[in-house]
Design a protein around this ligand. Structure first.
Ligand code: FE2
Ligand code: FE2
Length: 386
């Protein structure tokens, strides 16, 4: 009988079932023997029986909580669980999308200027997704003290790695030079600046000695999470796909654009979830966000986006411009400020410069993979693009 080898699941091996079973039994028995003493309540535990009652959800906190992190429900944050359920409705792999036409488009139809845009968008996004994964998985998750928050964040970590796979699939399929594309963020200052801004924030919250009971550490952590959710994912990423959607509108690089549509769905949820968590911390910890600090964050983010935009769109392409890209950044930044519940919009004069974006970013349900496969994974109704 062919069985999956759990030590090496990619290899199927032929096992004698009896041998596997008996090994499991003896292993379990030896573990049971070593657990025996632990399972007997100690005198101290008997004296503290009240500590063994189920977790009261009202006692849960986003950070600095004292409740047992291993008890999922009852939920204090049922919305977090709903984010997890919703995230599982957007499920795909990059292999589901046909990239054949993109190879032809890239080789024979894109102009030099359009190739410059396409390659730099990929290069920027793929480095950013590594950072997004490290932020949530290594810096944020461990600080959460309610498990329902960590469950969605664990899904988010997976999604960021899926996005990284997607860019790699595009880079590999198109036949771009991998060393050059993945290293580009280090040699192009306009990309490097955005990556460094994020990396500095991440480094400041990735330390093992961080104590969120310290007001300065707490303020810095909240600001960093706000940056990653509202700016890094909510503005830079959200806006980052648009140049390729503009190519898609002209019938070019449609496979890549479809990959980006799936990624964008995830990113919209990442931004919304992060913003929700940040607001919850602000409420629970009774914090007053520093207006000046937040203003500086928007200004820095805008300046970095401006340099990046002027680099990727240094030469004009048809149907998309630096003015459109930057105008949309400001418009989306206002949306994120409103979601955060901040008093002031950072760019009150801004208007949407890409009126086609929401429509273009939506996956239409009549669309099929390879003519046969229905792609409407989102079964719970349309996503709200906010
Ligand atoms: Fe991502
Ligand atoms: Fe993300």
């Amino acid at each position: 009988m062919t069985m999956l080898d759990w030590d090496n699941p990619l290899e199927t091996q032929t096992h004698n079932k009896t041998d596997v079973d008996s090994a499991l039994v003896s292993n379990t028995l030896s573990r049971a023997a070593s657990y025996k003493e632990v399972q007997t309540p100690s005198e101290e535990q008997n004296l503290n029986q009240n500590k063994l009652t189920p977790v009261n959800p009202e006692d849960k906190r986003v950070i600095n909580g004292q409740t047992d992190i291993n008890q999922l429900a009852p939920f204090k944050y049922p919305w977090a669980w709903n984010f997890f359920l919703n995230a599982n409705k957007n499920h795909w792999t990059p292999l589901d999308i046909n990239m054949a036409q993109d190879v032809t488009d890239y080789r024979h139809k894109l102009t030099v200027e359009e190739k410059h845009v396409y390659e730099n968008v990929l290069s920027y996004l793929t480095t950013s997704d590594i950072l997004a994964m490290r932020n949530i998985g290594l810096a944020v998750m461990e600080k959460m003290s309610a498990p329902e928050l960590q469950i969605y964040q664990a899904r988010q970590v997976y999604e960021e790695s899926l996005h990284t796979w997607t860019y790699q699939h595009c880079i590999e399929t198109i036949g771009l030079n991998q060393s050059e594309i993945y290293n580009r963020y280090r040699v192009v200052p306009e990309i490097n600046q955005k990556i460094c801004m994020a990396n500095n924030r991440l480094d400041s919250v990735l330390r093992s000695d961080i104590d969120l009971k310290d007001p300065d550490e707490l303020r810095n952590f909240v600001l960093s999470y706000m940056f990653f959710a509202a700016i890094f994912e909510g503005c830079w990423f959200y806006n980052g796909f648009s140049p390729v959607f503009a190519l898609q509108r002209r019938g070019l690089m449609k496979g890549t654009a479809e990959q980006f549509q799936y990624i964008m769905r995830d990113e919209v949820m990442h931004a919304a979830f992060g913003i929700r968590v940040v607001k919850q911390i602000i409420q629970e910890e009774n914090l007053k966000p520093d207006k000046k600090e937040i203003r500086e964050m928007w200004d820095e983010a805008y300046e970095a986006e401006k340099a990046y935009t002027n680099y990727i769109l240094r030469d004009q392409i048809l149907g998309y411009s630096a003015e459109m890209h930057l105008g949309q950044f400001k418009y989306i930044a206002n949306r994120r400020a409103n979601q955060l519940g901040l008093d002031e919009e950072p760019f009150p004069e801004a208007e949407s410069t890409l009126p086609w974006l929401d429509e273009q970013a939506n996956l239409r349900k009549e669309k099929n993979f390879f003519e046969t496969r229905v792609t409407e994974y989102q079964t719970g109704g349309a996503l709200n693009w906010d």
